[in-house]
Design a binder for this molecule. Structure first.
Ligand SMILES: Cc1cc2nc3c(=O)[nH]c(=O)nc-3n(C[C@H](O)[C@H](O)[C@H](O)COP(=O)(O)O)c2cc1C
Length: 169
């Protein structure tokens, strides 16, 4: 059985909903004989670390963009894990999701640079979800991700899981 690990952080809910959407997509991916044989695990960044990365075959990283960077708790996960797994996860596949009020590009670039350092291979461009939160009020409010964006997340999870299940990754 192959293992897909989804690691996320979220302050106002959008990224958590996207992490669950990619997990649902991965769990429901149907391949060939109807079984996908992929174990999907979702971990909050504060509880994830090097051992979790080593134990998985592929990853989805999901983070909000805060102050033009990946949110602090997600960065902390990468800071704690980076050197502990360097050169031990080369070639594994990954995808990334960023939730942002209006931009998201810098956070996407940061995750991509970390993944490049780890020699991971992206299965698709980073998915940036715009939550249209720009005023203080909107930024602090709980988020509800649209069904359309949740579907994009489900599709991403399903694509990665299907590739793993058929041995393409
Ligand atoms: C402190 C802080 C800084 C933020 N900085 C940015 C930013 O630089 N660019 C952006 O597009 N959105 C920014 N946002 C908006 C968040 O990315 C947006 O609200 C997103 O939905 C947060 O994801 P979450 O709901 O999973 O916490 C910021 C939000 C906070 C709280």
């Amino acid at each position: 059985m192959k293992r897909l690990l989804i690691i996320y952080h979220s302050s106002t809910g959008a990224t958590e909903q996207m992490a669950n959407a990619v997990a649902n997509g991965a769990r429901s991916a149907v391949c060939g004989d109807g079984e996908n044989n992929i174990a999907v695990k979702v971990l909050h960044a504060s509880t994830a670390g090097p051992d979790d990365l080593l134990a998985a075959d592929a990853y989805i990283f999901a983070a909000p963009e805060n102050l033009a960077a990946i949110a602090g708790l997600m960065k902390d996960f990468f800071d704690r894990s980076y050197y502990a797994v360097l050169d031990r996860i080369n070639g594994r596949r990954y995808a990334a999701v960023i939730c942002a009020g209006s931009d998201g590009q810098n956070a996407a670039r940061q995750i991509e640079r970390i993944a490049t350092g780890w020699r991971l291979q992206a299965i698709s461009p980073t998915l940036i979800i715009c939550t249209h939160a720009q005023s203080t009020e909107a930024i602090l409010a709980p988020k509800i991700v649209s069904n359309e964006d949740l579907s994009r997340g489900e599709e991403l999870g399903a694509t990665l899981a299907a590739g793993m299940a058929i041995g393409a990754f």
